[in-house]
Design a protein around this ligand. Sequence first.
Ligand code: SAM
Length: 193
Amino acid sequence: MKLSKEYWQERYSNHETGWDIGSASAPLKEYIDGLSDKSLKILIPGCGNAYEAAYLYEKGFINTYLVDFAEAPLKAFAEKYPEFPKEQLICNDFFNLEGQFDLILEQTFFCALDPALRNDYCRKMSTLLAPKGKLVGLLFNQKFEKEGPPFGGFLEEYKPQFSQFLNIQVLEECRNSIPPRAGKELFMICSEK
Ligand SMILES: C[S@@+](CC[C@H](N)C(=O)[O-])C[C@H]1O[C@@H](n2cnc3c(N)ncnc32)[C@H](O)[C@@H]1O
């Protein structure tokens, strides 16, 4: 049950969604604001309520794919954005996903996975990136006292993990985090190796 599809479904049913900040995070908004090519094929894995997807959609990015194995947030997103292409809302395990993307956005998905899957996450990301594609997002730079999720970590342990499969372009303390996460997260940009 722990960390299974059913576990996450239940978290949504019980409204135990402490990770949900109710909007796209400031660092991701700023990154998106700097993009001009609206045709980019974008993936949001473990998208939850997918505020980044709504932000992208409202800005005219039409090629965004959402993946989550919990149905509830995808259903809620489809109801809120009935025009959003249904075939781009994918209820599946991230690790079963196929395809290639120009941009993959990370927001509290990595920290939701069992840490034993971190190499698999990096390997899978490397296969999902199109040539010149980028994995961009946030990683916690702290450990949590309570048992996860979220599972924390630190810059120095992420570096060797990510660089085994991906080319790290940026991995540094995030300067524009939302206030409750200030000083506790890293901004990351990785590309294909
Ligand atoms: C901590 S939540 C983050 C949701 C969203 N990114 C946010 O920041 O609000 C983690 C999400 O990842 C999803 N998830 C966890 N493991 C997954 C997997 N293997 N495949 C697809 N989705 C997964 C969960 O259902 C949950 O919606």
